[in-house]
Design a protein around this ligand. Structure first.
Ligand code: BTN
Length: 245
């Protein structure tokens, strides 16, 4: 994919900026709004995204997938895998996993969050904005985000942000190409392989109660599947489950 970078020193939120751009015209696929600082970075579920000025990658990528809207979960997986691939190549000796649905973890800590905003027209995706916040060089986090970590906190190294953005976009591109080429089974397989806590027994808050269960995978609707000790299958949407650490 050809990327077109739109660099802003400061902006409220790159996702919001991308939505405004889309309301005015149709920027090329592969347009990337990247900023040094967001004054109101958005996380999932109305959370804010903390990112110190000039320390991390905060950007939004605009895509126009031509596949059906019900494949958006595959796209989510492919994007997460692209980031996971990139981090694996930078941080060889650490456990890099995807915490369902699409947080990227180093051991038990979150290094990257993704906020995907779709617009659907009929059964097609009109556009997709992939907002990515990757903690690179920040070493102190002040918000009440539960378990943040950065690449620098992990390896001790200081990273060149421009270089990291370039490599990260290349990794994402490879995975996006796989989706476009219909390699859905491969995406599903690779995603499962790096899924955080797959087949491990842990306690979860599910629909208000603590349940001991193991994650067994996801279904076609992007929901998380777990099995309890009494072999009951539990199907969860994002808001219905909290991981207990
Ligand atoms: C999460 O809560 O895990 C998702 C965080 C997503 C943060 C990124 S930073 C760039 C883009 N612009 C935003 O306002 N949010 C996303």
């Amino acid at each position: 994919m050809n990327y077109k970078l739109i660099h802003l020193p400061e902006v409220e939120s790159t996702n919001t900026y991308a939505i405004t751009m889309l309301a005015q015209n149709r920027p090329e696929e592969g347009s990337v709004v990247v900023t040094d600082f967001q004054t109101n970075g958005k996380g999932t579920e109305a959370n804010t995204w903390e990112s110190e000025k000039g320390k991390n990658l905060t950007f939004s990528l605009i895509l126009y997938p031509t596949f059906a809207a019900d494949q958006q979960f595959v796209l989510n997986k492919a994007i997460s895998l692209g980031i996971n691939d990139f981090l694996k190549s930078e941080l060889h000796y650490y456990s890099i996993t995807i915490k369902w649905p699409n947080d990227i973890y180093i051991n038990d800590k979150k290094v990257c969050g993704i906020l995907i905003q779709n617009s659907v027209l009929g059964n097609k995706l009109d556009y997709v904005i992939v907002g990515i916040g990757l903690n690179v060089n920040q070493t102190h986090f002040i918000s009440n985000a539960p378990n943040p970590v950065s690449m620098k906190m992990t390896s001790g190294l200081e990273y060149n942000l421009e270089q990291m953005l370039y490599k990260l976009l290349q990794s994402i591109s490879k995975r996006y190409d796989q989706v476009k080429a219909g390699k859905i089974k491969k995406i599903e397989f690779d995603y499962l392989n790096v899924l955080y806590r797959l087949m491990e027994w842990h306690d979860y808050f599910i629909k208000g109660i603590v349940i001991r269960a193991k994650i067994t995978g996801t279904n076609d609707y992007g929901q998380l599947l777990l099995e309890t000790e009494s072999e009951k299958v539990v199907v969860c949407d994002h808001k219905e489950i909290k991981f207990i650490f």
